[in-house]
Write a protein that binds this ligand. Structure first.
Ligand code: URA
Length: 190
């Protein structure tokens, strides 16, 4: 995986049969956005809309994500958006560790190729997967972490998933603080 460029990596995802999630998918969801973006947003997994359209965050949660990005001066097209797994888990269940494990090398290579200034991990699954921890999101959000990919340390900010914020708008203030933290990290000299 570590030798693949963007086109080869995308082709590998499109034809992937490494775990049973391929059996029920309609489309793989590789990720969209600028392939030289400063920001990488990582969600959990494609849902029904994403599975149909082959694009991440296209439903209601996606519209909120767009609004969150807009609020800090970023257009959706300026960031790269993907998920921890590239195929929809049936019934929108959480991805299982074995599935995330098989899909992980794709995400790792995306991080290496992009070399973003900051990663925004949206939701518990993305944060725990990336940071290799079982800690609850409430303990992970609100501060800077990092992950090592391709020999490079990449700053990570964990925040609430937009789908959660649709159910719990009271936590939007905390998510705003997380976004401001990520913005300050992306703006600082590297
Ligand atoms: N939720 C996610 O985590 N990812 C998507 O792409 C859509 C909804």
């Amino acid at each position: 995986m570590s030798a693949l460029g963007w086109p080869e990596l995308e082709a590998a995802v499109t034809s992937c049969v490494a775990c049973p999630l391929h059996l029920e998918r309609r489309r793989t969801v590789f990720g969209t956005g600028a392939r030289d973006a400063d920001w990488l947003v990582i969600g959990e997994a494609p849902g029904a809309n994403e599975d149909r359209q082959g694009e991440p965050f296209v439903g209601r949660a996606g519209r909120l994500l767009n609004a969150m990005l807009h609020a800090i001066g970023l257009a959706r097209e300026e960031v790269f958006i993907t998920n921890t797994v590239k195929c929809r888990p049936p019934g929108n269940r959480d991805p299982q560790p074995a599935e995330s494990g098989r899909c992980g090398p794709y995400l790792d290579r995306q991080i290496e190729l992009l070399a973003p200034r900051v990663i925004l991990a949206a939701g518990r699954i993305a944060a725990q997967t990336l940071l290799e921890t079982d800690a609850p999101l409430a303990r992970l959000r609100g501060r800077e972490h990092s992950c090592l990919r391709g020999g490079r340390r990449v700053p990570v900010v964990a925040t609430y998933h937009p789908a959660y914020l649709l159910r719990k708008p009271i936590d939007k203030r905390a998510a705003w603080e997380d976004l401001c933290l990520a913005r300050s990290i992306a703006a600082r000299a590297s």
